[in-house]
Design a protein around this ligand. Structure first.
Ligand code: NAD
Length: 345
């Protein structure tokens, strides 16, 4: 069975999820939506993805033809030929779109800009793939929550309990976004604790976690400064934690000083050097020399490529909803191998 996937919203996340789905042998893109004719349509045309209008109004659909694009119809037409829709619309449009997906009777995946309450389910590959098997719909959590989940879940699984405080140093805007800031300030999130850390508990409720957040004038990555208290008698050392994360899927552990990768600028340069499309880094980057276990308290830094760490998770999530792969590690291996061979990496 080939899973038919619709992408509603072909922006930063949508275009990347479409590519990652297209790379898989067990799923295909049946269409992507754009709100109107624009440069982004060319990308869909080039990839051979059928183009649909975000809306069903005939005047909005015909605007595509007027601009020289072949449009296959409105959102309802797309939903009628899909098994599952990945909603990549801007955050907070979820409630409106959810009704449309329910009416179409297909499965749906939202992104981290929506609240957990929208679906009552959230997802990361390593934390709760099995809880999402066969459900009607879920939410792939944000880039930050995905990043925290990647390194904290294996630690929790080993220790059996974990108390975490973290500070999220967030990029101000995505590189293609000209509207947001700050451009010359550090902006603390004054709602404390911030929502980022506690959001991990939507996929792994057993981890006790809180966070503070600040936005800084950079566009390329987020950095997390994390302090985790392990239970006494955990039996871990700095070295064994490094080894654990080296064996964890979608985590890269590298010595910053030895490799001369001491900032997010060099991490992103590495992603471009190794040939990742758009310069993406699906993995969470952990500085080996920034990890230190002192007694029961663990300190570490990690960097998150906000535009791409959630992309392979969406692919695994499709398999969970469709019930075609129950083992999260098998899905992750399949997703990542297909993406690597698609790009010849
Ligand atoms: P984006 O603005 O880059 O893309 C959204 C796309 O949806 C645009 O092409 C827009 O034209 C289109 N759109 C507008 N109205 C729509 C509607 N009613 N229905 C469908 N599509 C519509 O946004 P993004 O960064 O791709 O974010 C999408 C979702 O992913 C959000 O929930 C966001 O919070 C989440 N997310 C974003 C990032 C990131 O760093 N960009 C990371 C993780 C998760």
């Amino acid at each position: 069975m080939t899973i038919k996937v619709a992408i509603n919203g072909f922006g930063t996340i949508g275009k990347r999820v479409a590519d990652a789905v297209d790379a898989q042998t067990d799923m295909e893109i049946v269409g992507v939506t754009k709100t109107g004719p624009s440069f982004g349509c060319d990308l869909a045309v080039k990839k051979g993805f059928p183009l649909y209008c975000t809306f069903d109004d005939s005047s909005k659909i015909s605007a595509f033809a007027d601009a020289g694009y072949s449009c296959s119809g409105g959102l309802s037409d797309l939903l009628s030929v899909a098994d599952v829709v990945v909603d990549c619309s801007p955050g907070k449009l979820g409630a409106e779109n959810l009704e449309k997906y329910k009416r179409a009777g297909i499965k749906y995946i939202f992104q981290g800009g929506e609240k957990h309450a929208l679906t009552g389910q959230s997802y990361t590959s390593s934390a709760n793939h099995s809880d999402n098997i066969g459900v009607d719909g879920t939410r792939v959590v944000s880039c930050n929550t995905t990043g925290l989940s990647r390194t904290l879940v294996p630690l929790f699984d080993y220790c059996g309990s974990l108390k975490v405080e973290c500070t999220m140093i967030r990029r101000a805007a995505d590189p293609g976004d000209s509207k947001k800031g700050p451009i010359n300030a550090i902006a603390p999130v004054l709602k404390v604790p911030s929502h980022h850390g506690p959001d991990v508990m939507t996929v792994k409720p057993e981890i006790e976690i809180n966070s503070l957040a600040v936005a800084v004038p950079t566009t390329i990555m987020h950095v997390h400064a994390i302090v985790a208290d392990l239970p006494s008698g955990h039996g871990l050392s700095t070295e064994s934690i490094i080894q654990m994360w080296k064996e964890t899927p979608r985590v890269i552990v590298m010595n910053g000083v030895n490799n001369r990768i001491t900032t997010t600028a060099e991490v992103m340069e590495m992603a471009r050097d190794i040939g990742r499309k758009w310069g993406d880094l699906h993995e969470i980057f952990v500085w080996e020399d920034g990890i230190s276990l002192q007694g029961d308290r663990l300190y570490y830094f990690q960097a998150i490529h906000q535009e791409s760490d959630v992309i392979p998770e969406n692919v695994d999530c499709i398999r969970a909803l469709m019930g075609t792969e129950e083992d999260w590690k098998a899905s992750v291996a399949k997703t990542d191998a297909a993406i690597s061979s698609y790009y010849g990496l």
